[in-house]
Structure formats: structure tokens, C-alpha cells
Design a protein around this ligand. Structure first.
Ligand code: CA
Length: 637
């Protein structure tokens, strides 16, 4: 079989049509239930043989309005073996996901959903802020009512403010002021490891059970399949109403275990297997999927399109994208582009795998080397940026250009990074900056703050904090002044700490949750990020190849980097000059001609909103600092 197919339960008001692809099955029975799990009691309403059509497609049309009816398939194989499976194409399910549910999706739409759309691209190069549904609102100080904390609805609290301080915005209001363009959510597709009946436990959610259903533990009622769908849509609607976009972290590279609904209904069809039949393991989780073959390629593309259409999602971040083949990613890009406004939907992923990827020629993994053959609007997380700025991930005290390690060859690499690793007169591996996601922190490994404090090597608390703050400002400025997609972990802007814990995937929740009080404790750093995002907006109206050619590098002392760039049309500034000094000594730089206004002096990135200080001729940059100067239209040149 090939072509584009969507299977599962197709709802109509007077009937539902069930379709399952089940090669190797001799018979399939459709079981209908009144409840979503065994434990809830209820009854089996019917058990009816499905009709076998061509190409192992089993179908059955059941008359009546079946919205809210739960179902499973009972399959009998050629060798007599029997199994029960939920529907791999289910769009709704019962508690803990082992029974699928027929759903009239229009009844899950919150009020006003017909007016909600995925948003057009922002008017400047994307800035992505990564969080997790629970982390966002678990903190009692976050201003969200207790029953919504850690849930989808935590995003929908109207006008939340920090406990004890009515004037301090938190949540989406805070993010709007910060100026980020996208919120990236760790996986929200239904996953295994939190028991939805009790809601106890915590997990990042990379162990997917139902790819096309939202996770139940984030809803206020996981027992009724329509509730999680409605509340997930309410979350996305609230994010859109705040003028922000939603990127979903999607995990198609593996399933939690071998006994997935995909494998139960079509054994051997969706995974990469060794000649002896065993599962390949480039994911590190023992169940590597096979996007280069039709069954999983079709499944993955249709699943992503479903989230884009039904949930109005604005972007997708692929976990271990190098497990997928580059051709599938290109096909997915082309399919997204066909949606209304689909060209604005972001698509990027991790260009690596957890082990050796066993792809046979001519398929190639969607990794860094494949950027040349991938669409220029498929991006990769740049470990080049990350490692160069703050050091390799796995050792907390590793350093980079922003944290004290400044070999001379790095200047050129910093220039390359600023241009999005695509300029042919510099180090390059991308076709365009739109292929690059710059970052120094994400959910994996240590928080930036923990890493920077450790890298100071100082036992003096105040000295370590002060130096770590300088380095934080330097690293974030370089990420935000680089052409491409800029990305940071939520809380990087307020010294988020996990107390040196480098892997908190299964909790504890209190170590993961955002401490919103820190937005006040570290408001100077938050302001720093806000100011840099504003400067980015003036510099990079879009992520374009042409913009990379318009950074002009200026003479600077050893280890330092300086450049000028023209600002967007309509900007209050005509041209910007940036100087980066990562060293221990004050650096002296020669400014290009004319008078320059100081926008950012290394500690305050919105100085121009408070005073007018100008400089011309020579300039001093303090140790470990970034300066930004602007020339106004009509200034002497
Ligand atoms: Ca679940």
C-alpha cells in the first residue's frame, strides 16, 4: 500500500466508519464500550466482525451517534494468536489511553475556536521559549487557581499576577512583555508514565502511547475523552490570544515499548528491524521507527498534519530527528506548506540520534550533513553554537567562549555563528540561517545558570554569582544576536536552577517547576533578555540568507568580535554596532565614523529608553561584556 491515508474512526452524526490496516490478521472484531477503562465498570455494547477488504483494510460502519463511545480491536492472526489493541489512529481515548474513543471533534471546540488560527510568522526572526505544561504553572506563586496548576488550563488563567504583588505579570502576560515569539511545549501527546487516574508522578513525556491524543494527566478530567481535547485547545487559544505561537515537541523516532498499538495491529511494519527480526536501537529506547518506509512515513506525516489542522499548532520540534530520513522531512515540509498559511509553520529538530542509525542507501538520516539536501526551512539545533559558547553538555564545569575559554580560532567561529553558519567566506554547513536553531540551554542537561556558576570555579558565593551573571548576559546576547532561530529554556532569563541536577525527566516536580518569584529576584537579567530581543527585532526582520551577507565585521582586539549591520526599514535606528569582549581585560575598540548612541552598555540593554549617552572615536568594552550602539537616521556619518 502507498499514498496518503488516514485510518481510525470517522465520525458522522448518524454513523461512524471504522477502518484498520491489519496485515497478517484473518479476522478483526470491533468492540464498543460505554466507558474508557475496565476499572470504571460499564459494559461492552457490542462486538462485531469487521469486513476485510483489499490490502488488509478492515472496515465497519456502525449506525447512530457514537460520540463518547469507547472502542478496541480484537485481532486474530494466521497462526491463531489473538490480541486486543486500541486504535493507533485514535484521536480520543479513555483514562490511561488503552481504549480509544469516537469523538465529534466539533463538540470539543472551545468558544471562539472557529476564529482561532495558527498565527502568521512574527515580524522578526523567531525567539523560542521552551517549557513543559506542568512546569509552567505548578508553582503556587504563579497566580493560577489551584485546580488548574500543572494543567492545560494553567495557561488560561485571566490576568495572572505573582502572589503578593498585583503589579507583577506572570505566565503569558509575562512572556508577551518579554517579547518571545514562540512557546515550545515538551511533548503533550498522550504518554505512559504518569497514572492519569491519580495524576501522581511527573514526567517529561517522551514515552508516547497515543500520538494523536493529548495527554490526560494535564486535563482536569482524564476519564472523559473529550475534556483533554477541549482543554488542550483552550491552552492553544489562550497562547494565540496573547500573540504567541505554539511549537510542539514531537517524538516519532521511537515508541515507549515494542508492544505499541502500531506493532499490535501490523507487526513488523512500522519499525526498523535487524535481519534476525530484533528491533534496531538508534533511539536508545529499543524501538526505532522506520520513516523511510511507507507505513510509518504516512503515519508520521498524517499525524503532524492532524495537529497542525485540528489544534492550529504553529511549529514542530522533532526529537532525535536524525533517526528519520531526510526525504520524509522534506515531504513533511511540503505537506505543511500546502496548509493555509502553512509556510509560516516552523519545523526543526535534533540533528542527532542516540546510536547508529541503520538507514540503507539511498536514504540518509536528517542530520547536520543532510542540511544541503533538506529544505532550507527545516532547522537543526546547533550543538556548534552551544558547545562553542558554553562547552560540551555533559560536564557541568565545561567552558566556552562566553564562559572563559577563548582560544584565538574562536573569533572566526563566533563570526560564523552570528551569520547563521551559512556564509561561505566563514565556517559554514547550512544553506541559510533558517536551518539553524541557536541555543545554550534546553530541557536536557544542566540549566545554564547551574553550569555557569560551576564553571567559575569559585567557592566565594558573591564572586561566583557576579561572574556567572556577566557570562549569562554574554551567552544570551550572542544567541539573540545570531541570525537564525534563537531558543532558550524557560527560566534561563531568571537564573533557573535545578541545583546541579542534569537530568530531571521523571521529577521531582518541584525541581522542574518554574519559580516565578525569580522573575522579581532577577529582574535585571529578565530586562536584559527583553532588551536584547528588542534589538534583535530591529536587526533581523526575517531569517534571510541575504541578512547574513549584511553583517560587516569590524576590526577588534584579540578574542573580541565587532560588527555593524543596518536596521530594518521603519526602525528608530539606522545602523547598529555590536562589540563582544569575552576576556578578562578591558578592550579598546575603534568605532566606525560618526556619533553613536549607547543602547546596551553590557549591563543594561535598554539604556536608550532612560538616557541619551553618545560616543564617537574610541570605545572601551568592560571585561566579559557586550555593547550595542546605534546610529540614528540623519546622524553625522
Ligand atoms: Ca497518558
Amino acid at each position: 500500500m502507498n499514498g496518503k491515508h488516514v485510518f481510525g474512526a470517522r465520525y458522522y452524526p448518524d454513523k461512524t466508519v471504522f477502518t484498520l490496516w491489519a496485515p497478517y490478521s484473518v479476522s478483526v472484531m470491533l468492540q464498543l464500550y460505554s466507558t474508557g477503562s475496565e476499572e470504571e465498570g460499564g459494559t461492552m455494547l457490542s462486538c462485531t466482525r469487521m469486513e476485510r477488504g483489499p490490502e488488509s483494510l478492515f472496515t465497519l460502519t456502525v449506525p447512530g451517534d457514537l460520540h463518547g463511545v469507547y472502542y478496541n480491536f480484537q485481532l486474530t492472526f494466521e497462526n491463531g494468536r489473538q490480541t486486543i489493541s486500541a486504535d493507533p489512529w485514535a484521536t480520543a481515548c479513555g483514562v490511561n489511553g488503552a481504549r480509544s474513543m469516537v469523538v465529534d471533534l466539533r463538540r470539543t471546540d472551545p468558544e471562539g475556536w472557529e476564529w482561532d488560527r495558527h498565527l502568521p510568522a512574527a515580524d522578526f526572526a523567531p525567539v523560542v521559549w521552551e517549557t513543559h505544561v506542568c512546569d509552567f504553572s505548578l508553582d503556587p506563586a504563579c497566580g493560577v487557581r489551584p485546580e488548574w496548576r500543572g494543567k492545560y488550563l494553567g495557561f488560561t488563567e485571566p490576568e495572572p499576577h505573582l502572589r503578593g504583588s498585583r503589579k507583577r505579570p506572570v505566565g503569558l502576560r509575562y512572556l508577551k512583555e518579554l517579547g518571545v515569539t514562540h512557546i515550545q511545549l515538551q511533548p503533550i501527546a498522550d504518554y505512559f508514565t504518569v497514572d492519569e487516574r491519580t495524576g501522581k508522578g511527573y514526567n517529561w513525556g517522551y514515552d508516547i502511547e497515543n500520538y494523536n491524543v493529548p495527554e490526560g494527566s494535564y486535563s482536569t478530567d482524564p476519564f472523559h475523552g473529550e475534556v483533554r481535547i477541549r482543554e488542550c485547545k483552550q491552552m492553544i487559544q489562550a497562547i494565540h490570544q496573547a500573540g504567541l505561537r505554539v511549537v510542539l515537541d514531537v517524538v516519532y523516532n521511537h515508541t515507549y515499548h515494542k508492544d505499541s498499538w502500531l506493532h499490535r495491529t501490523a507487526p513488523g511494519q512500522y519499525y526498523r528491524h535487524a535481519p534476525d527480526g530484533s528491533f534496531m536501537n538508534a533511539s536508545g529506547c529499543g524501538t526505532e521507527t522506520a520513516s523511510e518506509r511507507w507505513p510509518f512515513r504516512n503515519y508520521m506525516i498524517q499525524s503532524v498534519l492532524y495537529w497542525a489542522r485540528e489544534y492550529h499548532v504553529d511549529g514542530f520540534r522533532f526529537d532525535l530527528m536524525a533517526i528519520h530520513d531526510a526525504e520524509t522531512m522534506n515531504l513533511l515540509r511540503a505537506e505543511l506548506d500546502k496548509l493555509p498559511g502553512g509556510e509560516d509553520i516552523l519545523l526543526y529538530g535534533e540533528p542527532w540520534a542516540g546510536g547508529q542509525v541503520a538507514l540503507a542507501y539511498p536514504s540518509v538520516p536528517a542530520n547536520r550533513e543532510a542540511l544541503r539536501e533538506m529544505d532550507s526551512r527545516i532547522g537543526i539545533f546547533s550543538d556548534n553554537t552551544r558547545n562553542m559558547l558554553v562547552g560540551e553538555s555533559f560536564r557541568i564545569d565545561e567552558c566556552g567562549y562566553a564562559s572563559g575559554k577563548t582560544p584565538l580560532w574562536m573569533e572566526r567561529h563566533v563570526q560564523s555563528m552570528l551569520c547563521g553558519w551559512c556564509r561561505t567566506d566563514l565556517e559554514h554547513f547550512a544553506k541559510a540561517p533558517s536551518q539553524i536553531v541557536h541555543y545554550v540551554s534546553c530541557h536536557d542537561n544542566f540549566t545554564l545558570w547551574d553550569r555557569l556558576v560551576a564553571s567559575t570555579g569559585s567557592r566565594d558565593f558573591d564572586a561566583a554569582n557576579s561572574l556567572a551573571l556577566r557570562r549569562n548576559r554574554l551567552a544570551s546576547a550572542l544567541v539573540l544576536l545570531s541570525l537564525g532561530i534563537s531558543f532558550f529554556q524557560s527560566g534561563e532569563e531568571f537564573c533557573r536552577t535545578k541545583h546541579g541536577n542534569g537530568n530531571t525527566y521523571n521529577g521531582p516536580a518541584r525541581e522542574n517547576r518554574l519559580a516565578w518569584q525569580s522573575t522579581v529576584l532577577h529582574e535585571d537579567l529578565v530586562s536584559w533578555y527583553r532588551g536584547l530581543i528588542r534589538i534583535r527585532r530591529e536587526l533581523y526582520p526575517a531569517v534571510s540568507r541575504a541578512a547574513a551577507e549584511e553583517l560587516y565585521f569590524q576590526d577588534a582586539p584579540e578574542m573580541c568580535v565587532a560588527f555593524t549591520s543596518r536596521c530594518r526599514a521603519g526602525s528608530p535606528w539606522e545602523e547598529i554596532y555590536v562589540a563582544v569582549n569575552p576576556g578578562w581585560d578591558t578592550a579598546r575598540l575603534d568605532l566606525p565614523g560618526g556619533t553613536w548612541q549607547i543602547i546596551c552598555d553590557g549591563e543594561d540593554s535598554a539604556l536608550d529608553t532612560k538616557e541619551t549617552r553618545t560616543v564617537s572615536g574610541r570605545l572601551e568594552a568592560a571585561p566579559v561584556s557586550v555593547l550595542v550602539l546605534a546610529k540614528k537616521d540623519g546622524c553625522e556619518r
